[in-house]
Design a protein around this ligand. Structure first.
Ligand code: SAH
Length: 213
């Protein structure tokens, strides 16, 4: 588990790449420069870790493309101390980016293998989420609600109602909605009953799977 100057140099270039693609929030770019993405991937992919690409991780899942992580994080407008819920912990890379932005992070993963692995791994790098949960993100996390922001990192065929219900007034849900490709969608809670919806182009995530039992 080594992080060297060479890796840091590659991260600086990766931050420049995502900036060229339209990411402007300096705190998001700082987080991309800080999180050692190569340590979140299988060592055989290490040479690819700082390309702006998604890669396979365990259990048939992927670590999201850095631009996508930066894009969703920028939409969330995270302030230090914000309560953020992530659905789809996966490798923990997005979790680490949120922690670099000083959020209090809760994250849910439905694959046991990934949940176990990432739960052990993040603290080794000094990343301490408030809670990592093994379970179905469709239901959200009512006991810790309401949240300033909720980020879904898998493609949702439909918007899970409980996630909207668990937003603070002023809070945001950032979620890719669709089938094979998804439209990045942001819901801002305007009042108890009103939500504003904005759409931000097409993305491609692994599917959000609902536990029917
Ligand atoms: N944020 C991750 C992206 C991982 S890919 C990263 O930065 O690496 C999406 C993840 O969502 C997968 O690990 C998948 O197992 C998980 N997932 C899919 N459906 C889910 C659900 N209903 N609840 C929680 N996690 C889910």
């Amino acid at each position: 588990m080594k992080d060297t100057l060479r890796h840091k140099g590659k991260r600086n270039r990766l931050a420049e790449t995502v900036a060229e693609k339209g990411i402007t929030d300096p705190k998001v770019l700082d987080a991309i420069r800080s999180v050692p993405r190569h340590l979140f991937m299988d060592s055989s992919f290490e040479d690819h870790a700082y390309q702006d690409k998604a890669f396979p991780i365990a259990a048939g899942q992927t670590i999201s493309q850095p631009f996508t992580v930066a894009f969703q994080t920028q939409l969330l407008e995270v302030s230090p101390g914000d309560n953020i819920l992530e659905i789809g912990t996966g490798s923990g890379y997005q979790t680490a980016v949120l922690l670099e932005m000083k959020a209090r992070v809760y994250s849910i993963e439905r694959q046991l293998e990934l949940f176990k692995r990432t739960s052990l791994f993040l603290p080794k790098l000094g990343y301490r989420p408030k809670k990592l949960i093994f379970g179905d993100g469709y239901k959200g996390l009512p006991e810790e609600a309401p949240f300033d922001g909720i980020i879904v990192t898998a493609g949702a065929p439909e918007v899970p109602r409980p996630l909207l219900a668990q937003l603070k007034v002023g809070g945001r849900l950032v979620i890719p909605v669709g089938g094979a490709t998804q439209t990045m969608t942001m819901f801002t809670r305007k009042s108890a009953m009103e939500f504003e919806k904005k759409e931000f182009g097409e993305f491609r995530f692994v599917p959000l799977l609902e536990d029917k039992n």
